[in-house]
Design a protein around this ligand. Sequence first.
Ligand SMILES: Cc1ncc(COP(=O)(O)O)c(C=O)c1O
Ligand SMILES: N[C@@H](CCOP(=O)(O)O)C(=O)O
Length: 469
Amino acid sequence: MKYISTRGNAPELAFDDVLLTGLAADGGLYVPKEVPQYSLEEIESWRDLSYTELAHKVIYPFVEGCVDSDALKGMLEAVYNNDNFGHKAIAPVQQIDHNEYVLELFHGPTLAFKDFALQLLGRLLDYVLEKRQEKVVIMGATSGDTGSAAIEGTKACKNVDIFILHPNGKVSEVQRRQMTTVTGDNIFNIAIEGNFDQAQDMVKASFGDQSFLRGERKLVAVNSINWARIMAQIVYYFYSSLNLGGPLRPMAYSVPTGNFGDIFAGYMAKKMGLPIEQLIIATNENDVLHRLMANNLYKVESLKHTITPSMDIAVSSNFERLLFDLYDRDGLALADLMNKMADRSQPVELSEENLGKARDLFDSYAVDQDTTVATMKEVFAETGYLLDPHTAIGVKAARVCRRNPRIPMITLGTAHPVKFEDAVNRGGFDMPKLPHHLADLMEREERLAILPADLKTVQDFIAKNTFKD
Ligand SMILES: Cc1ncc(COP(=O)(O)O)c(C=O)c1O
Ligand SMILES: N[C@@H](CCOP(=O)(O)O)C(=O)O
């Protein structure tokens, strides 16, 4: 499998280089040159596979040539098991109404969907770095969930230092503590005096110019700009569909969306042959994607801090991967569009043709904070099931946008409500208990550095702590 950049002007890479590269040299994102395709018969033959076995079927073609099949099997077995994920089904489906489901993706160590990819990414990194005898620096931006999942997934890696930037005061207390209480000399949490977009911009700028690492270390991405994240997230679309009678009946998915990674994984599953009738982009009030879909106007507004902090993202990185397909994979044309989009003061329109293609593929809906809480209450009253607020946004969007009630509607349950005290309190619910492994989280000692949202200051901090010996 070879990978190409969305901006058409960077070398083709194999999986191991893509894993270690983050942004392509031309500023684009790597995508597979060819997407594996499966017939309905073949997908149907996977029906009785365990999560681990299915993950091998889906993931192996993307890593073939770089990761040995048995080694991948070993990694998947080490990740998707009942010691690591607090549910034997790994990604169970919970019914909340007739033909309406929540795909619970929060049974991993940090209680959010990020564990599915980042637990595996840590093992892939170890495998590739051991082979190459290289050391790297991980740099990631988080609006709350990626950070702890990245730290948990990579803290045992021998050859990495980890630097995670989060917006100071804008993640929940549980989210912050899940990052800042993990001990390890190679783990650094940076709370920047700014928002997620600023953190993400600093990460991207650092990938573009890594001279602060003196040519001695490479930067590795743990955000969904890293293809390995998307690849691992494709699996649960296949798994949930097969569990509910797919691929012989189509499914619809509603996906709480911020950086467009999780829904892009759903789009990939569809391209690979999984019958997906509807994909819904569900956003909070940071709704740049919904506004683009509704009005053909791409205009980044200033970020609003909400009760769904993980989706407080205005610049949605993975949308570029979709645009690449909408532009018939014409990287140079896309590079032009991305340059226009980079000037955030100017609105950008898609051509009518490309907007039409996007609307054929996706529906979209934006949910405000009161409606989010109202949806949590509604579902709780109907079923006794407490949604996390991000998932509630997905459920609301599903209920509004659903095209065909005969098709199972699956909302991705992206996090556990225990992480989001504000929303739980606003709904007047009893706070759920933290699971056993996090029971003393609120008493653990925290370690973090608070820095201004200034690229040089952040890079100096990283360099100082990377080259401390
Ligand atoms: C709980 C939760 N829901 C939804 C999202 C949005 O996912 P994505 O950024 O892949 O669109 C995130 C963050 O990424 C998240 O942490
Ligand atoms: N919502 C994320 C933000 C980063 O998104 P990613 O999927 O690209 O890592 C978070 O919670 O950190």
